[in-house]
Design a protein around this ligand. Structure first.
Ligand code: ZN
Length: 244
């Protein structure tokens, strides 16, 4: 089975369409949360995702936009964009986001937006935090999003000790999935923050046990123009150019 792993689309339809074009025919799409927030086209992104056979978990922006969590912990721009998103959502989109689960078990994979320990809020960026998270799921691998950084954490039990390592991921990096337990972040489709503005996602092949990290160029200007036309915070549009 070929699976496209997408995360943090953030209402960036132009980026999501470019990614969908890049992955082409897949059996399933797994979405690791934050379909909406920040960007200009929340309903359209939900509808594009719904067009695939897909499974999705909730991110903080998804639940923030439908009032399931408080926006008090969002920074100002994120909150403004989330409040704007709330005014735009159709009833169908609202229901879809509100009903997303926080975690999903898909065979060898657990899906959780932030971390398996705290799916809505925790950022996993250090091996130390990741180490604790390996105790919070039992599958071989866990797919996460939230930080918008493509990365992998590996876990080994050796010589009576836990060893957890973190790796930043370069475009087109491919890994063979083995018995080693991993936490994997495919990066962000709609608002990359690792210094590379190209949309990030990953392709999983469950027969060959391979995972390929992809970067896809898209028309950033188009998304930025839509954002400024709608009066969304300028900083959120500007950061797309630099991927930070
Ligand atoms: Zn996000």
């Amino acid at each position: 089975m070929r699976v496209a792993i997408v995360s943090d689309i953030h209402s960036n339809l132009v980026a999501f369409e470019a990614v969908a074009q890049d992955f082409g025919q897949v059996d399933e799409v797994w979405c690791i949360g934050d379909i909406v927030g920040y960007g200009p086209e929340p309903n359209e992104c939900i509808d594009l995702l719904k067009g695939f056979k897909h499974y999705a978990v909730a991110g903080n922006h998804d639940w923030g936009a439908v009032g399931k969590i408080s926006l008090d912990d969002f920074n100002l721009d994120a909150r403004l964009a989330c409040e704007w998103t709330a005014t735009q959502l159709t009833e169908a989109s609202r229901r879809y986001l509100a009903e997303l689960p926080t975690r999903l078990e898909m065979g060898d994979f657990t899906l959780a937006h932030g971390s398996p320990r705290d799916p809505i809020w925790e950022y996993l960026l250090s091996p130390l935090d990741a180490q604790a998270s390996f105790h919070a799921f039992t599958a071989k691998y866990c797919l996460i999003g939230h930080s918008h950084f493509p990365l992998i954490f590996s876990y080994l039990w050796k010589d009576g000790k836990e060893h957890c390592q973190g790796f930043a991921i370069d475009p087109d990096f491919a890994i063979k999935l083995t018995e080693t337990r991993l936490i994997i972040n495919s990066g962000s489709v709609g608002q990359p923050r690792d210094g590379n503005p190209e949309a990030a996602y990953a392709l999983l092949d469950t027969e060959r046990n391979t995972l390929v990290f992809r970067r896809v160029p898209y028309d950033i200007r188009r998304t930025q123009e839509r954002m400024s036309h709608l009066g969304l915070p300028e900083y959120l549009a500007a950061r797309l150019s630099i991927g930070r």
